[in-house]
Design a protein around this ligand. Structure first.
Ligand SMILES: [Fe+2]
Length: 180
């Protein structure tokens, strides 16, 4: 029973490691488009660095549990479409899309660490539980920042986007009929 629990903790640690790798990649990719938004840029930059540390702490814990780091797969493949907004980076409201994506991703992370805390407790793995609690607090802090600032970011960006939207999406995003 204990062995099964520990194997599950290890699997979830690996998923969390992959999730943080994706976070680093996603946040780093966003940075160039956030230059005109110093507070948001600073927040994303700081959280990318934090995510890198979290990924490394998780990797260290995985190694302590006897899993070779070379076996880690970072292509976790979050099947939630969370990276989709990055595909439309050219749109002026991409900054808001990034904020919304990060808000959703933070809550995916929060849920994952809450689950890991419960799993580790059940398996009697105090170290993993402590690590998950430590990282959870950092994710909650980032989520709270977004909670506080997301509407203001949208309020700042969306008016600037209006002209572009009206020029490129005069039909409200619908593809116009041929010949128009
Ligand atoms: Fe994180």
């Amino acid at each position: 029973m204990r062995q099964t629990g520990n194997a599950t903790v290890l699997l979830w640690l690996r998923d969390a490691h992959a999730m943080e790798s994706q976070s680093v990649q996603m946040l780093t990719t966003q940075l160039p488009s956030l230059i005109g938004f110093p507070a948001f840029h600073e927040s994303v930059k700081a959280h990318a660095e934090l995510s890198r540390e979290q990924r490394d702490r998780l990797g260290a814990r995985i190694a302590e549990l006897g899993q070779a780091s070379s076996l880690l797969r970072d292509g976790f493949g979050m099947a939630l479409g969370l990276t989709a907004p990055m595909m439309i980076a050219a749109l002026p409201d991409n900054v808001v899309r990034s904020a919304v994506t990060n808000y959703a991703f933070e809550h995916l992370e929060i849920g994952t660490y809450r689950a890991l805390i419960g799993l580790a407790e059940q398996a009697g793995d105090r170290e993993t539980r402590k690590l998950a609690e430590f990282i959870l607090a950092q994710e909650l802090e980032m989520a709270a920042w977004l909670e506080e600032h997301l509407a203001a970011i949208a309020g700042e960006v969306l008016p600037r986007a209006t002209a572009v939207h009206e020029a490129f999406f005069p039909f409200g995003g619908m593809v116009p009929p041929m010949g128009l």
